[in-house]
Design a protein around this ligand. Structure first.
Ligand SMILES: Cc1cc2nc3c(=O)[nH]c(=O)nc-3n(C[C@H](O)[C@H](O)[C@H](O)COP(=O)(O)O)c2cc1C
Ligand SMILES: [Mn+2]
Length: 477
């Protein structure tokens, strides 16, 4: 059964033995620090913080929600027992057949259990952590959804943009670039001299968290996508202030308006990025005037701070699943796996080589679609692309650098890229180069390549079945 809401998901995580409870942590860098250390351990547990220093007991923060393949699968409604690459393949297949499920309106919602408006709005009651040491302030939104209605089409956009707290009734919303749907929609209101009605949803259903990260076309609502992940529509209630449809089961919701920049901006950031670096100093950002806070009893904030790779928000590389579909749609056959490492910065494609040039064809398509990634590696089908050690074994034993590495220049990156010189960024350059590494047996003589001495998958599983417990010291024979 798929979970009903964030609380239901947390129960399922607990059922997997993957939840830790921590009391008494400090929201100044300690919650962030604990989250980062936990995400660096092999178990990478999810954490529910309660009795947070300086805040009312019951006001909780939940982190590392979907950071393992197992919990990412759980959030997608896919069997969490699947091997990571099989889970990603199952998601790719499911994603292709998803049918939009528009949300259903309710008259009441749990988020109205506590509701504050006007003078009673005080952001400081909510445990927004200072996540990383040099951050410019506390962030309530590190994994929160920003809801807006397109004034032309009327459709609802619901995507993740970070939200910094600036005092009792002001927050800022940061768009990485002006093409974000949120930025496009806000500018439409501003152009008419109006403020943009907006809501920030904190502690949302994990399906909404995933939908909020998807690149969906203009006019397509993330709500409908999340409903299709769950196989049931998201329940919404019209916000009393904005009239925007708000997820009924969400934990904490802010309503208000995003003011035109002429009415003032606030310095936003800096904020640690998913690359493991800071990208810029504080910059002026549009301000959301918060006119209402609604929250459930004992609310839970979903926190998803960016962290130094390989830590990443999602334990399954969702963008690799889209690349896999793109490769298939472009007619590249025999792709047996696509994976991303280093928080999406490295892409690996595994193929069963059928013809000369097959590997490069796949790599060029993946390189074109690889956001900020400098490395694209192609491996043969006996190499597991999700296993970095296996991939590097292929790189070091099948790739002759003078023949099998290519460089594509002036390709897709972003201003978040730490290696683009500052002077270039100042002149508007945000592209970089990408290396394509063909870590495959050369096609012309692949059948004469020295055979591997390693066990095959099947043999490995047999040994594991018969001797695994002894090897791991769990039983004596
Ligand atoms: C945890 C997390 C934080 C993110 N933070 C931001 C952000 O601060 N600004 C931004 O523009 N995109 C951010 N993104 C990426 C966008 O959510 C993502 O690209 C989304 O597809 C944009 O949706 P849109 O096409 O509706 O604008 C974040 C993604 C995740 C998963
Ligand atoms: Mn969108």
């Amino acid at each position: 059964m798929i979970y009903k809401d964030l609380r239901g998901f947390i129960k399922q995580v607990e059922g997997l033995g993957a939840l830790r409870h921590i009391e008494g942590a400090d929201p100044h860098f300690e919650i962030g620090g604990i989250t980062e250390v936990a995400a660096g351990t092999p178990e990478c547990p999810a954490i529910l913080f309660d009795r947070i220093k300086g805040f009312s007991p019951g006001f909780r923060v939940f982190t590392n929600a979907t950071t393992t393949p197992q919990r990412a699968a759980l959030a997608l409604g896919i069997d969490p027992a699947l091997q990571p690459l099989d889970a990603l393949k199952a998601w790719m297949a499911k994603r292709q057949t998803l049918k939009a499920q528009p949300p259903v309106p309710l008259k009441d919602a749990p988020f109205m259990e506590n509701s504050f408006t006007g003078k009673n709005v005080d952001m400081r009651a909510l445990p927004a952590p200072y996540w990383h040491r040099k951050d410019g302030g506390p962030y309530i939104g590190s994994g929160s959804l920003v809801i807006m209605r397109d004034p032309d089409g009327g459709w609802i956009n619901a995507s993740i943009y970070r939200v910094q707290v600036h005092g009792e009734n002001k927050v800022t919303i940061q768009f990485d670039h002006q093409g974000r749907h949120g930025a496009v929609i806000a500018r439409k209101y501003w152009a008419k001299g109006e403020a943009c009605p907006v809501a920030v949803v904190n502690g949302e259903d994990p399906a909404l968290f995933i939908a909020g990260f998807e690149y969906l076309p203009d006019g397509q609502s993330e709500y409908d996508f999340a409903g299709s992940i769950k196989g049931a529509p998201i329940e919404v209630m019209a916000g009393p202030i904005t009239g925007l449809p708000l997820p009924a089961q969400a934990e904490i919701i802010l309503e208000g308006e995003l003011l035109p920049p002429e009415r003032g901006t606030l310095p936003e950031g800096p904020f640690g990025e998913f690359t493991g670096y800071y990208a810029a100093e504080a910059r002026p950002s549009p301000v959301m005037q918060v006119t209402a806070i609604h929250h459930r009893n004992d609310p839970i904030l979903l926190g998803s701070p960016p962290m130094k790779p390989p830590r990443f928000h999602f334990g399954l590389p969702f963008r690799a699943a889209s690349m896999w579909s793109n490769l298939e749609m472009a007619g590249v056959s025999d792709v047996v796996g696509v994976w991303q490492h280093v928080a999406q910065l490295m892409t690996v494609i595994a193929i069963r080589q059928r013809y000369a040039g097959h590997a490069k064809r796949a790599a060029l398509i993946a390189a074109a679609n690889s956001y900020m990634g400098r490395l694209v590696v192609v491996v043969d089908d006996d190499v597991d692309p999700s296993n970095l050690a296996d991939v590097m074994w292929a790189v070091t034993t099948r790739c002759e650098p003078s023949e099998q590495i290519d460089i594509v220049r002036n390709a897709w990156s972003s201003a978040l890229d730490p290696r683009i010189p500052l002077a270039d960024k100042d002149s508007g350059i945000t592209s970089h180069s990408k290396a394509i590494i063909e870590a495959v047996k050369p096609f012309a003589w692949k059948d004469k390549y020295p055979p591997t001495s390693a066990l095959g998958q099947h043999e490995m599983r047999e040994i594991e079945r018969k001797w695994g417990d002894v090897i791991r010291g769990r039983t004596v024979r």
